[in-house]
Design a protein around this ligand. Sequence first.
Ligand code: SF4
Length: 66
Amino acid sequence: MDEVMQLKTDLHRLTVELIGGCKYCSMISTNVEFRTPIYCTKFTGAIHPTCVDVNTCLACQEYKNH
Ligand code: SF4
């Protein structure tokens, strides 16, 4: 695996660990190439989740409220 792919895989794993527990996160795409893999229901509801990136979650910080 090349270094870029390794970094993407690591970032994806960290994303799942950090954001996966957020009560508004309904799914995280398994595609490590997808730039907005987090399906967030906070803003648009469970039926139409918003696809967001890690930076959005870091700014939002809702994932800290377990
Ligand atoms: S944007 Fe906020 S509410 Fe949505 S999944 Fe990320 S941390 Fe949770």
